[in-house]
Structures are given as structure tokens and as C-alpha cells.
Write a protein that binds this ligand. Structure first.
Ligand SMILES: Nc1ncnc2c1ncn2[C@@H]1O[C@H](COP(=O)(O)OP(=O)(O)OP(=O)(O)O)[C@@H](O)[C@H]1O
Length: 501
């Protein structure tokens, strides 16, 4: 019986005494040893099973060790080949070394010599795998932070924290750009599999045939062009997590194959004869309504329930506008730092425009908008003109007509400081309207826009509060129920610095 981590050694030699000797010594070290007496049997073993170290005699009936090594090497990247050679054929062994053999030993040899060689080969194999794992880990780091203080996002954080270590399959649903990939990264990062790989597959990015070989891998000759074997992404995710993005686009035939992998915990490569055991956690994401796809027969119900053990729904950005100031601030800092722009601030009117936008592309669109604005801003403040034209057209549209009412009045920057402090105060249109009616300054002359009116009120209110506190900013901020930082920001924007003590 083989243990899961027991190294597998193949010994191929036509001399029975050498086979017996190596088998005894290597088994005593705890390795699983397969002994064969010719090249054909050795090839069959290498094709059938995963071999960590193959010790091949160069002179063997069937296929000689050197030809066999050369033929099998491309498909057995994880196998270390040690060649046994008679004294007179050392030159051939050196050629084999050049072709990538791990080492060679000349007959007659000391058994200790081979033991040490095998041990070293296994060690190198372990280190190479470790290096690969680390490389994949770096690639798979969450890297990005998940920002959000809206109740909906707070709920997401809690579920992620609770579910990450549980090893259950998770289905993340949400529109494009809502952060599904970040959540998948966090689920892996905070799981017990964090030392293992996080492998991502976009199920919508490839045509069916390519996706199949990408997911399940293939053996050499499985199809035209398969010059060598390749493990699939599911196999590469062994001991880690596989993130199936856009899983709703997985063709029905591949849904059946995926279901089998999840149920049986083993994979058949295309054109392969052996099954490969895998231990993976699946995190899937979709921007489609998978339940509807189940009802319309486009998605297998059994697979849906396998993937949907835990469900995380990321709400669209327009439904959690309270997150916009925080996200905008985060991206300003991110890109300002990346572009060496020093401290950059969002003008209140810029923030107002961001808050009133519909964001069909969700956080990705917001991030791109801010990145562009940071590039365009020449001074320390990001102004409306640094936003794409559609934002400015929107602003101009407001001046002349009924479209003007579309702008959300929380967008004067008032929510910004409160959002950062964990409180959200919404100035409603109604409240702003009342302020405007009560104020004599709106009784005559052309009417200001709603936002201009709110800014006027806000400026007056801050000036008055500063007057009453004798310019004490901390007290003023407390009275107005905004953060000190938000107050400072508004005072600068409204030119009220001179009002503070
Ligand atoms: N809450 C968030 N905090 C910070 N950044 C975020 C957040 N949500 C999304 N992003 C950023 O927005 C971009 C899009 O996020 P992500 O790729 O995770 O979205 P997605 O839902 O997987 O999109 P798609 O369905 O198109 O693949 C990324 O650059 C990501 O860093």
C-alpha cells in the first residue's frame, strides 16, 4: 500500500541482483519501490504512475535506458532520472546529463552512493515544488484590499471571515467589477489552504475545447498539437483553491466533468489512462443569475448545489453609495502614491459627481475614473474637469433643466468625513429645499442650482459654528457631527481657514 506522501522510486535493470539490492535498501528508507527488468516495462510504469526518481540502466532489453529517458523526459517533468552505466559507457551518461538527467552512477557502484543520490533527487524535487508553490502564492496573493463600510459590505466581511477557514465551496455573485475576485483571494488567504496555490480560471475566456484542456489537462498525443503532457488548472490547484470565474459560462459538457471531479476528488487528463487524486477547494463566481440558468436548463442543478454551499452576494456600487467616498479616497491615495504625486485631495464637487454617478461598471469603473483623474490633476486637488466628459455633461445638463434634480444632495462632501468616521448623514433634497426656502438669499434673482444652494448653506453653517466655538475645530466638528478631518477639508474648500483660532 502506498502512503500519500511516500516517494515512488522506479528501478529498471536487467540484472536481478541489482534490482533486489536496490529494492531492499530503498524500501528500508521508506520509499515505495517498483522494480522492472526492461525498458518497455519501465516506460509503462512512467506512463501509468507518478514516479519521483527513475533509476534506469542504460543497457536494457526492450528500450535502452538512454533512449527511454530522452523519450519520457518531456512528459515526466517531475521525475528525476538517474542512469546506471557500465564503466565503458560513461561518455553516453555524460550526454544524458546534458539532456537533463539528474545524475548517473557507474557499475559496480556502492549502494550508499545510490541512496545519497536518490535522497538528493527527492530533496531537489521538494525544493523545486516549494519554489513553484511560493511563486504561485505570490501570484495568488489577495494583494488588493476590500474596502467598504456600508452595512452590505460589513456583512460580506463577516461571512468571508467565518467561511474562509471552513473549506466549504463558495459561490460569489455580483455584477462585473464588484470585487468578486478580491473576495476569492481573501477566502483563500484566510483559509487553512493558504500555503497551497490559488489557481484562477476564467470560464468565459476560452472556447469549449481549450477550456476543457485548460481545466483538466492532457496527456501527450491526446489531440493534434499535444506534443507533451500538461496538468490542468484543477490539478495544479491540488492542496489549494481553484477560483472559477464566470462559472455560469461553463458549457454543459464541462459542467458534468467538473461535477465528477468534485464528487470523486480525482481527475482524468484528456487522453489519459490513469486518474489523478486531487484535494481542492472550489470558489466560483458569476455575474449571472445561476438559479435562473438552472431553471432554463443552462446550468446543472446538481453542480449549482455543489458550488453554492455558501453564497456571498456583492451588491452593485450604486446600492452602497456610502462606500464611494471611502473607495474614492483609497484609490486617490493608491494612484497618487504610484505616480509620485504627493498628497492629492478630491474637491467636494468632484466627490459629489462621483457619488451621483450610476456606476454601471461598479468599483472597477470608479477605480479607472480615479486613476485617470490622478493622471490629469496637475495641482493638489482633483476637480470635476479631471473626470471624464460624461460627468461634466451631466453637470452642464443640470444647469439648464429638469435633469438637474438627479444629483444626490449628499454629494457636497458632507458624507465624506462621516463615512470615514463610520457615520452617514444624508442631506435630503427635501431638507435642502427647506433651507433654501427659509433663506432670504434665495428670494430674489436667479436661482442657484441645488448643489450651489447646499454649498452656500453648508459654508454659512460652518462659518457660524466656527464663530460660536471661537474657531475651535474639534468642537466645531463635534457640533456639526463630522470628522475633524472633514471639517478641515471643507474649511479649505470654502476658504474658511481664517475663521479658526
Ligand atoms: N471593495 C473593494 N475595495 C477595493 N477595491 C475593489 C473593491 N471592489 C473591487 N475593487 C477593485 O475593482 C476592480 C475589479 O474588481 P474584481 O476584479 O474583483 O471584480 P469582479 O467582480 O471579479 O469583476 P468581473 O466579474 O468583471 O471579473 C479591481 O481592481 C479591484 O481591486
Amino acid at each position: 500500500m502506498s502512503l500519500p506522501c511516500q516517494p515512488h522510486i522506479l528501478v529498471a535493470d536487467d540484472e536481478a541482483s541489482i534490482r533486489r539490492l536496490l529494492q531492499t535498501v530503498l524500501e528500508a528508507r521508506g520509499y515505495r519501490v517498483t522494480v522492472v527488468e526492461d525498458g518497455l516495462q519501465a516506460a509503462a510504469c512512467l506512463e501509468r504512475e507518478k514516479v519521483d526518481v527513475a533509476i534506469l540502466d542504460i543497457r536494457m532489453p526492450g528500450e535502452n535506458g538512454l533512449d527511454l529517458f530522452r523519450r519520457m523526459k518531456p512528459d515526466c517533468q517531475e521525475t528525476a532520472f538517474i542512469l546506471i552505466t557500465a564503466y565503458g559507457t560513461v561518455r553516453t551518461a555524460i550526454e544524458a546529463m546534458k539532456a537533463g538527467a539528474f545524475d548517473y552512477v557507474t557499475k559496480p557502484f556502492l549502494v550508499d552512493e545510490v541512496e545519497v543520490m536518490v535522497e538528493r533527487a527527492l530533496e531537489v524535487g521538494r525544493l523545486t515544488r516549494e519554489l513553484d508553490r511560493l511563486k504561485r502564492k505570490v501570484d495568488g496573493q489577495p494583494g488588493e484590499q476590500l474596502i467598504g463600510q456600508s452595512p452590505a459590505m460589513q456583512k460580506v466581511f463577516k461571512v468571508v471571515g467565518r467561511v474562509a477557514p471552513a473549506d466549504a465551496a463558495v459561490l460569489i455573485q455580483g455584477e462585473s467589477g464588484t470585487g468578486k475576485e478580491i473576495v476569492a483571494g481573501l477566502l483563500h488567504h484566510y483559509s487553512l489552504r493558504r500555503e497551497g496555490p490559488l489557481i484562477k480560471v476564467n470560464c468565459a475566456a476560452l472556447p469549449e475545447g481549450l477550456l476543457e484542456s485548460e481545466l483538466f489537462g492532457y496527456e501527450r498525443g491526446a489531440f493534434t498539437g499535444a506534443a507533451r503532457s500538461k496538468p490542468g488548472k484543477l490539478e495544479m490547484a491540488h492542496m489549494g483553491t481553484v477560483f472559477l470565474d464566470e462559472v455560469g459560462d461553463l458549457p454543459l459538457s464541462l459542467q458534468a466533468k467538473l461535477l465528477r471531479v468534485l464528487q470523486e476528488k480525482e481527475i482524468d487528463r484528456l487522453g489519459g489512462v490513469r486518474t489523478i487524486p486531487v484535494d481542492i477547494r472550489v470558489v466560483a463566481a458569476t455575474n449571472r443569475n445561476l438559479m435562473e440558468a438552472v431553471h432554463s436548463g443552462q446550468f446543472r442543478e446538481d453542480l449549482f448545489y455543489r458550488l453554492n454551499v455558501v453564497n456571498i452576494i456583492l451588491p452593485p456600487l450604486r446600492d452602497r453609495a456610502g462606500d464611494i467616498p471611502l473607495l474614492a479616497e483609497f484609490f486617490v491615495q493608491k494612484y497618487a502614491a504610484r505616480m509620485n504625486k504627493g498628497t492629492l485631495l478630491l474637491a467636494p464637487e468632484t466627490l459629489a459627481l462621483l457619488e451621483s454617478h450610476h456606476w454601471p461598471g461598479n468599483v472597477r469603473e470608479l477605480e479607472n475614473t480615479i486613476e485617470r483623474a490622478v493622471i490629469l490633476a496637475s495641482g493638489p486637488v482633483i476637480r470635476p474637469e479631471h473626470l471624464p466628459d460624461e460627468f461634466l455633461e451631466y453637470m452642464e445638463g443640470r444647469e439648464g433643466g429638469p435633469g438637474g434634480g438627479r444629483i444626490r444632495t449628499s454629494g457636497t462632501g458632507g458624507e465624506r468625513g462621516n463615512a470615514a468616521a463610520g457615520r452617514t448623514v444624508h442631506h435630503t433634497d427635501e431638507a435642502a429645499g427647506r433651507a433654501a426656502c427659509d433663506s432670504p438669499c434665495f428670494r430674489e434673482g436667479p436661482l442657484p442650482t441645488l448643489r450651489q444652494a447646499i454649498q452656500q448653506v453648508e459654508r454659512q453653517l460652518i462659518a457660524e459654528a466656527l464663530r460660536r466655538t471661537g474657531g475651535n475645530k474639534s468642537r466645531t466638528a463635534r457640533i456639526l457631527d463630522i470628522s475633524r478631518r472633514a471639517l478641515q477639508y471643507k474649511m479649505e474648500a470654502y476658504g474658511l481657514e481664517k475663521c479658526s483660532g
